[in-house]
Ligand binder design. Structure first.
Ligand code: SF4
Length: 451
């Protein structure tokens, strides 16, 4: 759970009289959406990190993690107290849980004034105007297949960040059996190329040097014939327009990782040598039950192609253990896939069902203690592999982008997406510098600046 602003974020202060507090759960896409909401209201609200001084609080929810509903209600319970001290306070709920619960939220949490889903948030300005006129319980949760993601032409004052995220598409057509996203974010919708280029341009003007393109399934960007430019085409356009940036994208579905897209690695100077490619399981039987629509062999083949296009490529992944029906044999297939691919990092979770998904109705549930044991075993193996992978950088000279500083300690990032800790002055933030990698730790590197 994050507030969109931190205490002492001076640059977010504008002269608007009212105050807005946004609480964000979940992924980078939700953080991006929270920023869009702040942008939309910037002419009349300024952001505050303190909920108790806000005139408007928006909770931007995520349904991917476990107990999302429960967490939301408990937060709303705490916010209800603020309404007693400030009766004019308005509270809104946005995002995936809002989409899922819809008007039921008004029944369970009468302190909520408006509910809007991932498409509805673009109507925020109108919703707030209606609230100010005295309208109550406003609901905006339609999902429209022909929805056009609007361009918000108001730059958000930034905190001097050198990294930024740009959503290029939203929604998902894949219906993996464990996932709620297609139900709450709707079908895939790609943003127009010109809007994306314009947004990156304004970020670059503000000093951003590392841009990550976001979407639930980024590599199916522009797949409708009417959209004209596909994901490799978009990467090429961005590379041409902004040759000085570092470019990344996430999340990719293995089945949509085309040869043309793989060829972009190593060919486009801006495209960094890192890909997050969620595999979820190493067993064909489980992949089928998950409706992932690729096989273990196909996944391994894509990894091989990526590494021949770009030998030093960092590959990271997501894994689920204890999916319904997962046997010891299935799990050992996942373990052997880890050994074969040698991911730099893997984000592994125990399966937990999401109401409304197909997998929630699957029989052959795996017992909690079995899931826990498998997860521990998997993380032990991955920690060892991850450290070995990080060690390949020891003794090398890498170019890093310095992202932040605190008391003469710098945090920087390699093109391969490894965090490097260094000593140095804050004047280096935003600069590309060469460093000597002294040693690898779990999940980071320690470097020394080369003068
Ligand atoms: S690809 Fe699968 S896991 Fe990813 S958002 Fe779509 S349905 Fe969910």
């Amino acid at each position: 759970m994050k507030s969109l602003v931190r205490e002492n974020d001076e640059i977010l202060v504008n002269s608007a009289p009212k105050r807005l507090h946004i609480i964000t759960f979940g992924c980078q896409m939700n953080e991006y959406d929270s920023q869009r909401m702040a942008q939309m209201l910037m002419d009349s609200y300024r952001l505050t990190p303190f909920p108790e001084e806000a005139d408007l609080i928006i909770v931007n929810t995520c349904s991917i993690r476990e107990k999302a509903e429960h967490k939301l209600y408990s937060l709303l319970g705490r916010l209800k107290g603020l309404k007693r001290t400030n009766p004019s306070l308005k509270i809104g709920v946005a995002g995936c849980v809002a989409q899922q619960l819809g008007k039921d939220l008004f029944e369970r949490a009468p302190q909520v004034d408006f509910v809007m889903g991932p498409q509805g948030l673009y109507d925020l300005k109108r919703i707030v105007r209606c609230l100010e006129k005295g309208e109550e319980r406003l609901l905006k949760t339609e999902l429209n297949e022909d929805f056009d993601i609007p361009y918000i032409d108001v730059p958000l004052p930034r905190r001097g960040d050198v990294r930024a995220f740009v959503t290029i598409m939203q929604g998902c057509d894949n219906f993996c059996t464990y996932c709620i996203v297609p139900f709450v974010r709707g079908r895939e919708i790609s943003r127009p190329v010109d809007d994306i280029l314009r947004e990156i341009g304004s970020l670059v003007d503000q000093g951003v040097k590392d841009v990550t393109l976001l979407g639930q399934n980024v590599n199916s960007y522009g797949k409708k014939p009417s959209e004209g430019v596909d994901c490799p085409g978009l990467l090429k356009e961005i590379d041409r327009a902004f040759p000085g940036i570092r470019l990344r994208f996430t999340t990719s579905h293995p089945k949509d990782l085309s040869d043309r897209l793989i060829e972009c690695f190593g060919r486009l100077g801006t495209l960094c040598e890192h890909l997050h490619l969620p595999v979820q399981s190493g067993s064909d039987r489980i992949l089928k039950r998950m409706n992932r629509r690729y096989s273990r062999a196909e996944y391994l083949q894509k990894v091989e192609k990526l590494r021949s296009a770009c030998p030093d490529m960092t590959i990271t992944t997501d894994l689920i253990v204890g999916f319904p029906g997962e046997t010891e044999e299935d799990f050992s297939q996942t373990m052997s896939l880890l050994e074969k691919v040698r991911f730099d990092q893997a984000f592994a979770f125990k399966f937990s069902e999401r109401p409304g998904t197909a997998a929630a109705r699957f029989p052959e549930k795996v017992a909690e203690d079995v899931k826990s044991r498998r997860l521990t075993k998997l993380l032990e193996l991955q920690n060892q592999i991850g450290l070995e992978q990080y060690r390949r950088f020891e003794g090398r000279v890498c170019q890093v982008l310095v992202e932040s500083s605190s008391r003469e300690k710098l945090t920087a990032r390699t093109r391969e997406n490894h965090v490097v800790n260094l000593e140095g002055g804050s004047n280096l933030v935003g600069r590309l510098i060469n460093v000597y990698i002294e040693r690898a730790c779990h999940h980071s590197l320690v470097g020394r600046i080369l003068h």
